[in-house]
Design a protein around this ligand. Structure first.
Ligand code: SF4
Length: 330
């Protein structure tokens, strides 16, 4: 099990301070293994009753505030920072810092940053507390470091759908601290700059370019399939932070303007099984989480594309200007 600092004592103290009697607990998938232990601790030390959300959760875009409205006095959400949304009940966000050692992989990353002088530094929520130390480390090694404020994110933070803290920085390359290719791919496609990953979980540093090229080739294949599509489903999320109904309506109009058909489809979780019923549709445009079309497309029978990709398929935008879909809060 990966180790996280879950601010347990502080959380218990806040529940006591707020005198909450019924407390909702929500975790992203990777942290839900701590749910019953934390529920036990909270119930024992505060006297409150807890209600654990057992649903999947991938971000602060997908809080249990609606499903728990009227059921709890307070919702505690671990693992994400708040988005500028109107949550329906009081929510306490607890950031869940990873205790994994990051400096060994950052040292490895320095070798790949040799040709670059000014570095944009970004990471995800679980390593945010180390950003200043990492910036000092890079500067001690002769680099200039920049971090951006972001819209709907905190300084230096990226989400899978929001790279506003990186875009607009005048840097030679980005250093991403964290695991996987999910966020660095988005960073690459959003900024079009070199991206080096310092991955503390694999204890290595690597570039994203080859992976990004492979993904782009697959994206263009999906877009090509949609060029001849006659009937589109436009998927609209019922999750508050992923709901883009106005965008979906304008995409429907773009499609209809070309004498093709488009249907708005509202879903909470998008899964291959649920889409299978729409046999007469040729392709789906995802206005929900932008990563669904990019990261999960291989599990769907029909092409899933982003709103920007639809515009390429319709001949409105050019292939050469490819942009990743983002949800930026102003
Ligand atoms: S919309 Fe997707 S990428 Fe953005 S915060 Fe939610 S789950 Fe993460």
């Amino acid at each position: 099990m990966l180790n996280y600092q879950l601010e347990e004592e502080e959380t218990v103290a806040k529940i006591r301070g707020l005198n909450a009697k019924m407390v909702g607990l929500q975790f992203p998938d990777g942290l839900r293994v701590h749910a019953t232990r934390l529920a036990r601790k909270i119930e024992k030390e505060t006297g409150a009753t807890t209600l654990i959300s057992g649903d999947a959760c991938y971000g602060a875009c997908d809080l249990s505030d609606r499903s728990m409205e009227g059921l709890v006095d307070l919702l505690i959400h671990w693992g994400h920072t708040p988005l500028p949304l109107d949550y329906r009940i009081p929510v306490l966000f607890v950031e869940a810092y990873s205790t994994v050692e990051v400096f060994e992989s950052a040292k490895e990353a320095l070798k790949l940053l040799d040709d670059y002088q000014t570095i944009g530094l970004v990471t995800t929520t679980q390593h945010l507390y180390l950003l200043d130390d990492l910036a000092n480390f890079l500067e001690e090694n002769g680099k200039n470091v920049q971090m951006g404020p972001g819209k709907g994110t905190v300084h230096g933070q990226v989400l899978g759908c929001n790279f506003s803290s990186a875009r607009g920085l005048s840097v030679d390359a980005f250093l991403y601290i964290g695991s996987g290719n999910f966020h660095p791919l988005g960073l690459k496609l959003s900024t079009h700059k070199p991206v080096i990953i310092a991955d503390p979980y694999m204890n290595e540093a690597r570039e994203i370019d080859e992976f990004a090229d492979r993904v782009l080739r697959k994206r263009f294949a999906k877009i090509a399939l949609c060029m001849e599509a006659k009937r589109f489903g436009i998927l609209v999320s019922s999750k508050e932070g992923q709901m883009r109904l106005e965008m979906a309506k304008s995409l429907k109009k773009l499609i209809q303007d070309q004498n093709r058909e488009a249907y708005l489809i509202l879903l909470d979780n998008i899964t291959p099984d649920l889409l299978m019923a729409f046999r007469d549709l040729n392709a789906f445009v995802v206005t929900a989480c932008p990563r669904i079309a990019i990261d999960d497309d291989q599990i769907y029978e029909k092409p899933l594309i982003t709103p920007y990709e639809l515009e390429i398929a319709l001949g409105i935008k050019d292939w050469g200007d490819y942009q990743i879909d983002e949800i930026i809060y102003e």
